[in-house]
Each structure stands twice: as structure tokens, then as C-alpha cells.
Design a binder for this molecule. Structure first.
Ligand code: ADP
Ligand code: MG
Length: 317
């Protein structure tokens, strides 16, 4: 668990002497084993907040507890060993191979070569890069999406309980981004790291975040599940930032298969339009509109997994 208590970062403008807050009175808890998306417009203080967690930036006020321990009492290099760090520009070493890049931290920590070797192969597998094909390539021989996967593997190499990610998939084209996002969610289901993921991309936050912390001008605008923000915005800022189509955006990040339910008694599944369980829920809704149907049958191949009803997609309670 990472707790930000009254966290503050103030800068003094050297010309005017005026003080500006990059982060102000921030109280926020990142739950263990979950992804929290740190969302907000450009300049709202996301990166500053993230970099205060691993002490790349020192706060001017407040404190940060990691597992109950004040980070000021932990040496930065010790702290960073517990926290993988993934950034948009990836920062792979161009002259090292993929395997050597992933092994950087374990090597620094003096881990036995054979152990590291095994771990590197496991990690490449985990992020969907076939080791035989990729371990000996250099970064420039990889696509953007593949480089980003190497970045994730490297951050996981020392098996840290915490992952800090700053716009990790921001530089990828939409298709590659979707693929790397899905790959990461898959990994996270198994590893259950405590992840703080900075993004300005609403769709990414709603899709990836178990929780979303929306910031505005250095302060917390709302913290909650994607559902909370979409359906129960606490202010006009939250409503406007997410937009009128927030619900559709959220559905775009969910699979029909996740939302499918058993057919109601008497509901004739055979007559319903069919969608694949991997289809996103927004597209499934689109099929309902096109077919003028109130529900679709959600299929695993030829097998009916369940039914998706349009009224299950709307606001609850
Ligand atoms: P975000 O990541 O949300 O886009 P940042 O955390 O990078 O935003 O920046 C928050 C605010 O703090 C911005 O207004 C930025 O200009 C300001 N800021 C960041 N770093 C510095 C610095 N070293 N000196 C002065 N102002 C800074
Ligand atoms: Mg930033």
C-alpha cells in the first residue's frame, strides 16, 4: 500500500519569485495488488506525483508511506529496487541486446548469472516475446510495441512489488497500444503488483484502472472505480473531463464475455444476434442498435456463454 499524505510540491519561479504548486494537499492511497490510473489533463501534476513516490523528486511538504514506512527513511536506491519504473521513452540501452536490457537491474544487484538468465527468459515469455526470436536482438530491430514490452519486462526483472508507469503506452499507435494493454492486464492478473499508471488518456484509465485517481491542477478531483467516476462524478470538472460519452468509452474497454449473464427464464437465446465473447461491449451495443435487439448472445465459438442485455449496460441503482 502506498499512501500519500498531504503531499505537496512547490516550485518558485526564479523571475517573479512567485510560488506555484505542481502538487497540492494530495491525500491518496494506492491499494496493494491493484492498478490505479493517475489521470488528468497535461500539467496537472501526475508525473511529479509519480516521481515523488520513488524519490526522483523530493516533496516540499507532506509524506509518502510505502508499506507503512516513511520513504524519507529509505535510501532512494533501496526504495527504487522495490519499484519498477516504466516510461514512455522506454529508455532501452541501444547497444545492449533485449536480454541484456532486461537483465540490467538483476546484474546491478549482483544476482547469480544463471538465475538472471532463467528469469530473463521467463519474463520475455511473460510479455509475449518469444525468447528464441527476441533475446539477442537489439532495440532498433523491434517495433515500438515490442520495445515497450521489453521495458515492462525490465521493470519486472527484480520482481518489485510496485510498478510505477508514466504514460507507458503513450507512444504506440492505437492497435499496438491495445495489444500491449491487453498483454499487461493479462500479466497483472497473475502477478498482482501494486501499479500506479500515469495517463492523460481517459480510455486507457477506464480500461486499465481498478481504481482511477483524477487530478486537476495539482489536486485530487476524484478517486474511485471507473464506474464511480463515469456514473457518479463528484463535480462538474469530473463530468466535463470524462465527457458525455464516458459510459461508451468505458464499455469500449470491457469485453462482452465479461459482462455476459445467464439468459433470463423464457429468454430465447437462439433468436438473438450473436457476438463473440472477445468483442468489446461498445461494439456489442452497436450490434444491438443495428439489429434493433435488446440483447445479444455472447458466444465462445459455437457455444453460448451468456446474454448481454442493453439495460445491463446502462447506469445502475
Ligand atoms: P503532468 O505529468 O500531469 O503533465 P507534471 O507533473 O509534469 O504534469 O507538472 C505539473 C506542473 O508542475 C506543471 O505546471 C509543470 O509546468 C510544473 N513543473 C514541473 N516540473 C517543474 C520544475 N522543475 N520547475 C518548475 N515547474 C515545474
Ligand atoms: Mg507527465
Amino acid at each position: 500500500m502506498i499512501e500519500l499524505q498531504n503531499l505537496e510540491k512547490r516550485y518558485t519561479n526564479p523571475q517573479t519569485g512567485a510560488e506555484v504548486y505542481a502538487v497540492k494537499h494530495l491525500n491518496l492511497t494506492f491499494p496493494d495488488g491493484e492498478i490505479t490510473a493517475l489521470l488528468g489533463p497535461s500539467g496537472c501534476g501526475k508525473t511529479t506525483t509519480l516521481r515523488m513516490i520513488n524519490r526522483l523528486i523530493e516533496p516540499t511538504g507532506g509524506r509518502i508511506l510505502v508499506g507503512g514506512e516513511d520513504t524519507r527513511n529509505v535510501r532512494p536506491e533501496v526504495l527504487r529496487r522495490r519499484m519498477g519504473y516504466v516510461i514512455q521513452q522506454i529508455g532501452l540501452f541501444p547497444h545492449l541486446t533485449v536480454a541484456q536490457n532486461v537483465a540490467t537491474v538483476p546484474d546491478l544487484l549482483g544476482q547469480a548469472k544463471a538465475t538472471t538468465q532463467r528469469r530473463v527468459l521467463e519474463l520475455l515469455d511473460l510479455v509475449g516475446l518469444e525468447p528464441g526470436q527476441f533475446a539477442h536482438k537489439h532495440p532498433h530491430e523491434l517495433s515500438g510495441g515490442q520495445q515497450q514490452r521489453v521495458g515492462v519486462a525490465r521493470a519486472l526483472a527484480a520482481d518489485p512489488p510496485v510498478l510505477l508507469m508514466d504514460e507507458p503506452f503513450g507512444a504506440l499507435d492505437p492497435l499496438a497500444r491495445e495489444r500491449v494493454q491487453d498483454g499487461f492486464l493479462d500479466i497483472q492478473r497473475r502477478l498482482k503488483k501494486t501499479v500506479v499508471m500515469v495517463t492523460h488518456d481517459i480510455d486507457e484509465a477506464l480500461k486499465m484502472g481498478d481504481k482511477v485517481a483524477l487530478m486537476n491542477a495539482g489536486e485530487l478531483a476524484q478517486f474511485g472505480t471507473p464506474d464511480d467516476l463515469v456514473r457518479r462524478p463528484v463535480s462538474d470538472f469530473v463530468r466535463q473531463f470524462l465527457g458525455e460519452d464516458a459510459l461508451l468509452r468505458q464499455l469500449a474497454g470491457r469485453r462482452a464475455g465479461e459482462l455476459a449473464r445467464p439468459a433470463a427464464p423464457g429468454q430465447n437465446v437462439q433468436n438473438l444476434p450473436r457476438v463473440d465473447s472477445t468483442l468489446d461491449a461498445r461494439s456489442a451495443l452497436s450490434v444491438m442498435l443495428r439489429e434493433r435487439a435488446e440483447a445479444v448472445a455472447v458466444m465462445d465459438g459455437e457455444q453460448v456463454r451468456g446474454v448481454l442485455n442493453w439495460h445491463d449496460l446502462g447506469p445502475r441503482e
